[in-house]
Design a protein around this ligand. Structure first.
Ligand code: 13P
Length: 256
């Protein structure tokens, strides 16, 4: 089944407000609207850059989506420093990354947190981009498929079929993130296929066929085409290369 590819840029903790406006404008300037008929595109700047980035995109009438990099699952209240789903929705986000490995390893986010965040997003009509992926230690131990598929099962606990269709999974092997050591297309495909198999077990083939599974980890304009050619890789979650307009747009073009 043909799934529309999704290219999402995860800016991580980069770009001050004026820098974010410049980067968004640069992307917009070299972007061709027609591409969005074939590929969905999303940028995920830091929270305080979301509104200005969205304003630039709206001004240019581009259908590039905006997503947050994280969210808290409670709608409001005494949670100092947190940002809620209604808050990111209000500034125009339609996607939100959850469970990025940096949040899991540096900020102690658990599978349960990831599940609660995904459910809160879906309840408000946003699409979670659920990140999973193994460390180098787990990969070298050999049980990486079990590890990643267990993360998928935990993330989808209690999510109904109708909502599951609005989710996205991003397979990001930790050993490939920011290291320049990309997974080979075959390595990435093996895990993305296992993720789809797990989604088929949790739901059914037709649901699993609608959920996009992205690859992330040192994806760039040089390797994107080969990775995106694999049957179960439906797009990319791009870190470093999403901070340069030319590189990010070249990856979008590789998905056309
Ligand atoms: P890099 O593309 O910089 O390796 O980052 C990948 C990533 O973590 C995207 O979420």
């Amino acid at each position: 089944m043909a799934r529309k590819k999704l290219i999402a840029g995860n800016w991580k903790m980069n770009e001050t407000l004026p820098e974010a406006v410049v980067l968004t404008q640069e992307i917009s300037n070299i972007f061709e609207k027609d591409w969005l008929e074939t590929v969905d595109v999303c940028i995920c700047p830091p929270y305080i850059d979301l509104k200005p980035a969205k304003t630039v995109l709206d001004f240019d009438h581009l259908g590039i989506a905006v997503g947050a990099q994280n969210v808290f699952y409670e709608p409001k209240g005494a949670y100092t420093g947190e940002i809620s789903v209604p808050m990111i929705k209000e500034v125009g986000c339609t996607y939100c990354i959850v469970g990025h490995s940096e949040r899991r390893t540096l900020f102690g986010e658990t599978n349960e947190d990831v599940n609660l965040k995904a459910k809160a997003l879906l309840a408000d009509g946003l699409s979670p981009i659920i990140c999973v992926g193994e460390s180098l230690e787990v990969r070298e131990g050999g049980a990486y498929l079990d590890y990643v598929c267990a993360q998928v099962r935990a993330a989808y606990a209690g999510i109904a079929e109708a909502e599951a269709k609005d989710t996205v999974v991003a397979y990001e092997p930790i050993w490939a993130i920011g290291t320049g050591r990309t997974a080979t297309p075959e390595q990435a495909e093996e895990v993305c296929a296992a993720i789809r198999e797990t989604l088929t077990e949790l739901y059914d083939q037709s649901v699993a066929d609608t959920i996009r599974v992205l690859y992330g980890g040192s994806m760039n304009e040089g390797n994107a085409e080969m990775l995106l050619a694999m049957a179960n890789i439906d797009g990319g979650l791009i870190g470093g290369a999403s901070l340069k307009a030319q590189s990010f747009v070249a990856i979008v073009q590789a998905a056309l």
